[in-house]
Design a protein around this ligand. Structure first.
Ligand code: SF4
Ligand code: SF4
Length: 369
């Protein structure tokens, strides 16, 4: 893509240089990322200066800049295209390159082999989608391989089984959804994954999918350009199952729970109510809110490839954890595997172990069924 095409595709001439995007960007100070300046250089000066790699790879694709832009522009989509150009020229952080290579070779960014993808399912009595299941539970790479997030997947299976859902999985045939590949700018690999995943979804005639990862949810819903299957985030399905009384509660425990909106569920897809509804339905639970919640929610720094690039400096997840502790929450509820990992890490680095627990909404719910 050349500069002229970038200007047209992202409507850069409509930018009024108000700076709302950079002002709202959660990593602008820490990484010196000035997305407004990037846009001006391309639209007004017709060139793109080479910026330090930290700047380019610091963006979490949280979309806050797009939410705040008064001209309805999407600065982060422009930045993803800048990343694509950098990737094509081989200007890429080594850890990002390793993650991309692993996705191509192993179908996951965690350098784990394909044949171990469904190991976490042992003893859970979950069928393969080919065995007459109506709903596909798309697990996703992090839930399939990370020991902490595997507990979320297991809790969700417990909820589905309690509700009597006819669901199945792809097992070792499942592959990376490509969400982060897109965010890291490797569009060629993303297209390859879309093609492969659509092929396998069609092979099993999949029409309904649920996933506990907002990144997979966003990719399937908004990036795949497909109409053959519908996708739900697990909090949407759990809220529906509670509504239909397919999930009922067996106990009550007094807990204060604060909910952190994942960017890819909230800002990117306007899903704010269902996770709160699940939490508020649990007997004895009081829902607390962050000062910055819903569309103002602070990013955890896990998206856009940032799980594989460390940017030095204070972490946003640490700010989040400190605030949750300060308002007296017992549990910090999340609804995304990346939020789970960044928040759990932040609990340790801020010395708050034992003071607050990080739990996915599904794990919280499963405790009370
Ligand atoms: S918020 Fe929108 S209009 Fe304002 S500088 Fe950023 S991209 Fe331009
Ligand atoms: S997507 Fe988020 S991190 Fe990236 S430039 Fe926009 S506000 Fe900053």
């Amino acid at each position: 893509m050349n500069v002229q095409e970038l200007v047209q595709k992202h409507k850069l001439l409509e930018c009024i240089q108000c700076g709302m995007c950079t002002g709202a960007c959660p990593v602008s100070k820490k990484a010196n990322l000035n997305i407004r300046r990037y846009m001006r250089e391309v639209s007004a000066l017709g060139k793109l200066t080479v910026h330090p790699q930290n700047e380019l790879w610091s963006c979490t694709t949280c979309s806050t800049c797009g939410v705040r832009c008064p001209k309805d522009l999407n600065p982060y989509e422009f930045l993803i295209d800048i990343r694509s150009m950098a990737v094509e020229e081989g200007q890429i952080a080594p850890t990002i390159r390793d993650a991309l290579e692993s996705i191509f070779k192993n179908g996951n960014p965690w350098a784990r082999i394909r044949t171990k993808r469904s190991e976490w399912l042992q003893g859970l009595n979950v069928k393969h989608i080919a065995q007459g299941a109506e709903l596909l539970y798309y697990v996703g790479c992090t839930s399939a391989y990370d020991p902490r997030v595997q507990n979320v997947a297991k809790a969700l299976v417990h909820c589905f089984q309690k509700a009597g859902l006819n669901f199945g999985v792809l097992g070792d045939e499942e592959s990376c959804c490509g969400s982060e590949v897109y965010g890291m700018g490797e569009k060629g690999l993303f297209e390859f994954l879309v093609e492969e995943n659509i092929k396998i979804f069609n092979k099993y005639n999949i029409r309904q999918t649920v996933t506990n990862c907002p990144h997979g949810f966003h990719a399937f819903k908004n990036r795949y350009n497909q109409t053959s299957f519908e996708v739900q985030h697990h909090t949407q399905l759990l809220a529906k199952l509670i509504d239909e009384k397919k999930l009922t509660f067996s106990k009550e425990v007094k807990k204060k729970v604060i909910y952190h909106d994942p960017c890819f569920l909230g800002k990117q897809n306007n899903i704010y109510e269902e996770p709160r509804k699940v939490i508020e339905s649990i007997p004895g639970v009081t829902l607390l809110e962050f000062d910055r919640s819903r569309a103002r929610s602070l990013c955890c720094e896990g998206g856009g490839g940032r799980m594989w690039v460390d940017i030095p400096g204070p972490r946003l997840a640490e700010i989040r954890v400190k605030e949750a502790v300060n308002v007296g929450a017992d549990i910090l509820a999340v609804a995304c595997p990346f939020c789970m990992l960044t928040m759990e890490d932040a609990v340790k680095t801020t010395g708050n172990e034992g003071k607050i627990q990080v739990m996915d909404v599904a794990e919280l719910l499963a405790l009370f069924l």
